[in-house]
Design a protein around this ligand. Structure first.
Ligand SMILES: Nc1ncnc2c1ncn2[C@@H]1O[C@H](COP(=O)(O)OP(=O)(O)O)[C@@H](O)[C@H]1O
Ligand SMILES: N[C@@H](CC(=O)OP(=O)(O)O)C(=O)O
Length: 448
């Protein structure tokens, strides 16, 4: 069995749907996980925020989403005779979800607030639409597709916006479901969302459809999990930004996780977790060039380069807390990290001195509250507008590598540096304005 996940770009229009259908036809027993159609998730969230002060504008966004989906299915089905029933089912599905969306938008407007649980319900509409419509259209195109409702399968906790899945529940559910559906059928499920034990819809975090695919792959002990996207694998740097970046043939689970965590949006950072537990390889492939080898992510790591890839995050903040004691005690560090834990803020880079700790985190609207709480543990200094450049998969003996890299950017002021030998990771923090030019310079030195 192969789990095939198609992202927002692959779900973008009728033409890409046809390409996806052709790819699915190559597989004997695929299980399909799809994202929302391109930009739908962020448009839904935009509508939800807009509803607070401008309900007519929010409703207009809802109508635009509906029109875009009607357009995709109409264009797709135009090529198939006898598809009027399918078209009607698709129109009804879109209408039903648009009405649901508008009801939620009215609720937000009336309450003058967007509660986290409702935000997840709204965000999930993208995948609820795309998965059902794609399953219907796939059937009309001759595939024996069956739509599966992810709320019945992906059980999570109630951490809205970034829910944690319950793997045991998912594995039991999917295996018993597989026994009930016909052997020849091709399941189609929306990624990104699930449901908690109280029947609230939850989401797994942005780009969470990759994670859903990996959860299903591990639960079904699949042969491989394939992430189909618009580029030919994981590249040495974002190919959208560095035109001569190259696809990397092989990455270890660890390297792929680091890359995703430090900004390579081609994968959700948790994708590797379920797959690596069961040693199921993940392939990243291009729907526009299906023959290209793409990237294989597995427990092996072929390391013939001094560095595997470079990635970056802009707009981070460094928080430095200086203890009032001359020598920092372990309680001080524990107190500082407790504040971050309380706010559920992931830490990107950390350095310490004898009495202070500097922490790089992504910008968040919680920073003011974090600073207020940290002030009780020491003196707090903030350095905004910082970028993190991460070099992943650095080979052993990095001395020369570090010298080489830093010499490429010797006129750029450095804010922090951290290196982990065991993870082969080098993180360099610089001002946001220096981030992209520095990435370009370093990439040129390492990969051109
Ligand atoms: N290191 C990288 N390798 C490949 N793609 C990357 C990398 N870093 C960022 N990207 C970006 O990720 C995009 C694919 O992710 P995404 O847009 O989420 O795809 P999908 O719509 O298939 O989910 C690529 O178009 C590319 O611009
Ligand atoms: N909901 C999608 C993400 C997405 O669709 O993004 P956008 O709205 O930017 O295309 C996922 O997690 O897979």
């Amino acid at each position: 069995m192969h789990i095939l996940k198609f992202g927002g770009t692959s779900m973008g229009d009728a033409q890409t749907w046809k390409q996806v259908i052709n790819i699915i036809k190559r597989y004997e027993s695929p299980y399909i996980v799809v994202s929302a159609t391109a930009r739908t998730t962020r448009t839904l969230i935009k509508a939800a925020h807009k509803a607070i002060d401008d309900l007519p504008k929010a409703n207009k966004i809802a109508d635009d989403i509906a029109a875009r989906h009607n357009n995709i299915v109409e264009n797709f089905l135009a090529d198939f005779d006898n598809s009027s029933q399918t078209l009607e089912a698709c129109h009804n599905w879109i209408k039903m979800h648009t009405e649901e969306l508008k009801e939620h938008l009215s609720t937000i407007h009336n309450k003058q607030e967007l509660a986290e649980p409702l935000k997840d319900v709204i965000a999930s509409i993208g995948e609820r639409l795309s998965s059902y419509l794609f399953a219907e259209c796939g059937y009309a195109a001759g595939l024996f597709t069956t739509w599966l409702d992810a709320t019945k399968i992906i059980r999570t906790d109630s951490n809205f916006g970034k829910a944690t899945p319950n793997f045991e529940f998912i594995a039991n559910k999917i295996n018993s479901l597989q026994q009930k559906i016909s052997e020849d059928s091709i399941p189609v499920m929306g990624g990104y969302y699930g449901m908690d034990a109280n029947e609230n819809i939850t989401t797994l975090g942005f780009e969470g459809s990759d994670y859903s695919a990996s959860l299903i792959g591990a639960a079904l002990n699949a042969n491989a999990i394939e992430i189909w996207t618009d580029v030919s694998g994981v590249y040495t740097c974002d190919p959208d930004f560095i035109v001569d970046a190259n696809p990397i043939p092989q990455l270890s689970f660890q390297e792929a996780t680091e890359l995703a965590y430090f900004g390579a949006k081609v994968l959700h950072p948790s994708t590797t977790k379920p797959a690596s537990k069961q040693d199921i390889p993940i392939h990243v492939k291009n729907i526009f060039d299906p023959e290209a080898p793409g990237t294989r992510i597995s427990s092996e790591s072929a390391n013939d380069q001094p560095v595997k890839a470079i990635t970056y995050k802009e707009h981070c903040t460094i928080i430095t807390v200086t203890s009032s004691q001359t020598v920092m005690g372990y309680e001080f560090l524990a107190d500082v990290f407790d504040v971050l834990r309380w706010h559920q803020l992931p830490v990107d880079v950390v350095t310490t001195t004898e009495a202070s700790v500097s922490i790089a985190i992504e910008n968040s609207d919680q920073i003011d509250q974090v600073v207020t709480q940290l002030n009780t543990h020491g003196t707090v200094e903030l350095r905004p507008d910082q970028g993190i450049i991460s070099l992943v998969g650095c080979k052993n003996s990095p001395r020369q590598l570090i010298i080489n890299i830093l010499s490429q950017i010797d006129d750029v002021p450095l804010t922090m540096i951290s290196y982990s030998k065991s993870k082969g990771n080098l993180n360099i923090v610089v001002d946001t304005k220096d981030t992209l030019p520095s990435v370009k310079q370093i990439h040129k030195k390492l990969f051109s």
